[in-house]
Design a protein around this ligand. Sequence first.
Ligand code: MLT
Length: 243
Amino acid sequence: MIHIDVFPYPPPVLPCAGKTVVVIDVLRASSTIVTALANGCRAIIPVEDAEAAQAMKTRYPDALLCGERDGLKIRGFDLGNSPFEYESAKIAGKELILTTTNGTHAARLADDAGAVLVASFLNFQAMIEHLKSVEGEIIILCAGNDRQFSLEDALCGGLLAGHLYNEAENCRLTDAAEWARHAANSLLGKAHPLSVEVIYPLLHQSEHGRKLFELHFENDIRHCARLNVFAQVPLLKQGKFII
Ligand code: MLT
């Protein structure tokens, strides 16, 4: 039996001991983590802030410092948080230390979980296939925006809960997951099947989408709206996301 719960934004404390937590930060941390691992980086170490990143760097001197604040690369870091910066030539075989405003915070909230995975639209179906083999409690954790609700993460989370409910056997949704499923479907309206053409306008109109557009990251929004480009499901092992 699979039980699915959805947190539309991060709670102060996440009750996740022994559970499987799926972290979603469509714009852009999840999309960047999935893209970077698919492009060959060895591992991604999520940390809370720039200070923690510098401290982790002393343990992993060869690792790249990566991350954003207010959408822009942190001063003195090697890479920001645009998935386009994570090309194989720059990151293949390397370990990355990553801090972002919402995505890595959400990942660290799940420290007590039995398993922590990363989902986005880029690896959507791969995540569903993976979760079908999971038994027990699944928490879909939307990273949100500054600990508040974000449309893009709730859309992805609601659709993930809905698709898993339709495709997996013995699946039970909590009220929050049921709500998220219906809200996501009504946002799509008649726009089916799911595709980048359907997802992109919704990401573009979201609060964070508008901010990224103002910062000239329109191509990032389009990349993060692409569906099922990668078959990888990042998993946290000893504090590092690997595939
Ligand atoms: C976040 O974690 O808040 C986002 O990924 C920020 C961004 O990339 O703009």
